[in-house]
Design a protein around this ligand. Structure first.
Ligand code: FAD
Length: 390
């Protein structure tokens, strides 16, 4: 970099608004603050670090190499990894209760189970530690103006407030309000698909003070048209997620019907949950929908860029939604360097590079929707056959 551009950079601290203080917004705030931008985060919910109840898409998530690389860049990797549980293999539970592992990769390779709430809290705390970052909670983006970059938020006192920025980074999730302006533009491609399955989370409590199942695995009960998975938590519980077509969920309306379903398909899990816990969790909340969103481009003029689920919501079966969102932050950071923070060049280049990769993640996730609940069964038999022959 020559001296004049460096001087220009120092004198020109860009004002950046990050809309959404979830996982990707939190990490992005760290990346942008680290580079010296004036960063203001607007999150519609209350501060998760003070909230009594935390609502989110899932209790825990699988963090992989892709996400770790991005965390590493802002010095967060070790902290997050130390609060994660390595999962070296999938553990397949057959209908008769037999358990068989299928490794994810070579010896020593693993993904990590991390708690969503803790990860989000750590990212917000890290972002807030930069003197050039300000976090605003209970601020919901209503709309923004693509010509001026002026955003209108609904504040905590119920009044509307305007805020202007040089760059708006939309990290406000699958139902992004930032994205609405993109939809009004010509030549913006957008598609969203709901899958017929819903999901519901169940907690498997510890047993005699320890994990009820082997902790270093991602447990899967594949049953072709539906499945259950379980990821371990630091408090020795497992979060089990049941994925089934909505019409199957709707058939289960009583405790007896639930137990009959579990007796037939997930018998080995019943004593591990306990009947009361199972009935309590199952009927606590309705099953949640899952949506896949693709769009292109990811930028609008020199003013706005979409990242994370706002740009590419994926179905959760590939375990890469958050990881891909974290990678978005890293790729954007690299392109900012490459084009010396010239937003008129950075934003189109980001869309050019990132859209094909994000679309690929959406497609792979949709493919894995079938892989995990059905093909994993046949893969397991092939794997057993292979082991029998060596
Ligand atoms: P979000 O997490 O949705 O955060 C968006 C934030 O924006 C929220 O805090 C929201 O309150 C805020 N917001 C929304 N609207 C506004 C507004 N108008 N103004 C201001 N703020 C606003 N991914 C993985 O990598 N690994 C996994 O194992 C995994 N498991 C999953 C399991 C399930 C069941 C599901 C549903 C998803 C899973 N994912 C996983 C995907 C992952 O949850 C998402 O990709 C990730 O949460 C995306 O982060 P985000 O910050 O882009 O969006």
């Amino acid at each position: 970099m020559d001296f004049s551009s460096k001087k220009n950079k120092l004198n020109n601290k860009k004002k950046v608004a990050v809309v959404g203080g979830g996982l990707v917004g939190g990490l992005n705030a760290c990346f942008l603050a680290k580079r010296g931008f004036e960063v203001t985060v607007f999150e519609s919910r209350e501060d998760i670090r003070c909230a009594k109840t935390v609502k989110g898409k899932s209790i825990n998530l699988a963090l992989s190499h892709r996400g770790r690389q991005a965390l590493k860049h802002v010095g967060m990797e070790d902290k997050i990894v130390s609060n994660g549980i390595p999962m070296h293999a999938r553990m397949i539970h057959s209908v008769n209760g037999k358990c068989s592992p299928i490794p994810y990769g070579r010896k020593g390779q693993y993904i990590l189970s991390v708690g969503r709430a803790n990860l989000n809290k750590e990212l917000l705390t890290a972002a807030e530690a930069y003197p050039n970052t300000q976090l605003n909670f209970n601020h919901k983006l209503l709309d923004w103006n693509p010509e001026t970059g002026t955003m209108t938020f609904l504040g905590p006192d119920g009044t509307e407030k305007d805020f202007q920025a040089d760059l708006i980074v939309g990290c406000d999730g699958a139902f992004s309000a930032t994205r609405k302006q993109f939809l009004r533009r010509s030549r913006f491609d957008y598609s969203q698909t709901y899958i017929p399955h819903g999901y519901l989370e169940l907690t498997m409590p510890p047993r005699n003070g320890d994990f009820a199942m082997k902790p270093n695995f991602l447990h899967i009960w594949p049953r072709n048209t539906f499945m259950m998975i379980a990821l371990p938590n630091m408090d020795k519980t497992f979060t089990c997620t049941l994925f089934m077509p909505f019409e199957e969920f709707e058939k289960i309306t009583t405790g007896d019907e639930l137990m009959a379903h579990f007796q037939k398909y997930f018998q080995d899990s019943i004593p591990l949950f306990g009947v009361d816990v199972l009935k309590r969790d199952f009927f606590q909340l309705p099953a949640q929908a899952m949506v896949s969103v693709k769009c292109s481009p990811h930028h609008l003029n020199e003013k706005c860029i979409l990242m994370g689920d706002a740009a590419h919501a994926v179905v959760p079966f590939y375990g890469q939604g958050m990881n891909a969102g974290f990678e978005d932050c890293l790729v954007f950071d690299e392109i900012l360097d490459q084009f010396d923070e010239d937003l008129s060049a950075v934003l189109p280049e980001y869309s050019r590079v990132r859209v094909p990769d994000d679309h690929a993640i959406c497609d792979l996730a949709m493919y894995n929707y079938i892989e995990m609940r059905a093909h994993v069964n046949s893969r397991y038999f092939l794997f057993r056959k292979y082991l029998d022959n060596v």
